[in-house]
Design a protein around this ligand. Structure first.
Ligand SMILES: N[C@@H](CCC[C@H](N)C(=O)O)C(=O)O
Length: 275
């Protein structure tokens, strides 16, 4: 038997290990995912994208391929906006989908994508639903925020102070009753009309250089606080820039997606990393 194929890719520097596994044969334990994503003892990544046929996992989807996404700590999340772009990029590069429009299945539901000739990808992200308000505490400082559901949970705090000055090395505190399954925390500055800057502390990962669902949540929260639910904005994150639109029934995310490497995992390492 050959080794286990992997690829490495990123979307605005939110980086992923991709595991092509059409038939769903790989045993993805939490320990294996955490080892793969570890930047010292593994390949290093913010998360893992398993490329599996929807039928192999028996999940309902209008699309052929399902994005089985895992966070770097091995936890399962419903959705990953940057991950969907990288996933779509892989499918086209591998000849498993044709450039243009197709559907990717995710735990949050089907996500129509358009892979453009310039290597950017647009994803229909579904509705960004405002679910209330809550508070997060960063290094002893409380910040109130708008809770937004983009298939996964977010709390967006708009700040007057420069987000660059926040210390996000430790897990910020949050209301565990409001977010019983954890939350992704976005900290946002308005840069002007239709332009935001954001940093993020992701559930199951830590600070990352971009979060696609987080940018959609940030734009939805910013428009909500301005008294509207429709509009378009760029979002600058440490890893680059994405474009987001939100409307009452849906949202879109556009940005780059790159595959940077491919190879084979060592089988003995894979076996030892199982637990
Ligand atoms: N980086 C992702 C979000 C990944 C999932 C998140 N950490 C969660 O647990 O909900 C994105 O680009 O959306």
């Amino acid at each position: 038997m050959g080794g286990i194929e992997f690829l490495k890719g990123h979307g605005t520097q939110n980086d992923f290990v991709l595991l092509p596994d059409a038939a769903g044969r790989l045993e993805l334990t939490e320990a294996r995912i955490a080892a793969l994503c570890d930047r010292q003892r593994g390949l290093g990544a913010d998360g893992v994208l398993r490329i599996v046929r929807a039928t192999a996992l028996d999940v309902p989807s209008a699309g052929e391929w399902f994005m089985d996404y895992r966070n770097a700590d091995g936890s399962i999340a419903e959705m990953c906006g940057n991950g969907v772009r990288v996933f779509a990029r892989y499918l086209v590069d591998a000849g498993l989908a044709t450039e243009g429009e197709f559907v990717v299945g995710t735990r949050a539901g089907d996500r129509p994508v358009v892979v453009h000739p310039d290597r950017t990808v647009t994803v229909e992200m579904g509705p960004a639903t405002i679910t209330g308000t809550s508070v997060t505490v960063v290094a002893g400082r409380p910040f109130s925020g708008v809770a937004v559901d983009v298939g996964n949970p977010h709390l967006v705090s708009l700040l007057d102070d420069d987000v660059a000055d926040l210390d996000l090395r430790d897990q910020p505190d949050f209301d565990h009753d409001f977010f019983p399954h954890g939350v992704n925390l976005e900290f946002v500055n308005r840069l002007g009309e239709g332009a935001l800057r954001m940093r993020v502390h992701e559930r199951g990962v830590g600070e990352t250089r971009a979060c696609g669902t987080g940018t959609v949540a940030a734009v939805a929260a910013a428009f909500h606080l301005a008294g509207t639910d429709t509009g378009a904005s760029t979002v600058d994150i440490p890893g680059g820039r994405v474009s987001v639109t939100v409307s009452r029934g849906g949202s879109t995310l556009s940005g780059p997606a790159e595959i940077v490497a491919r190879g084979e995992l060592d089988e003995a390492w894979w076996a030892a990393a199982a637990s």
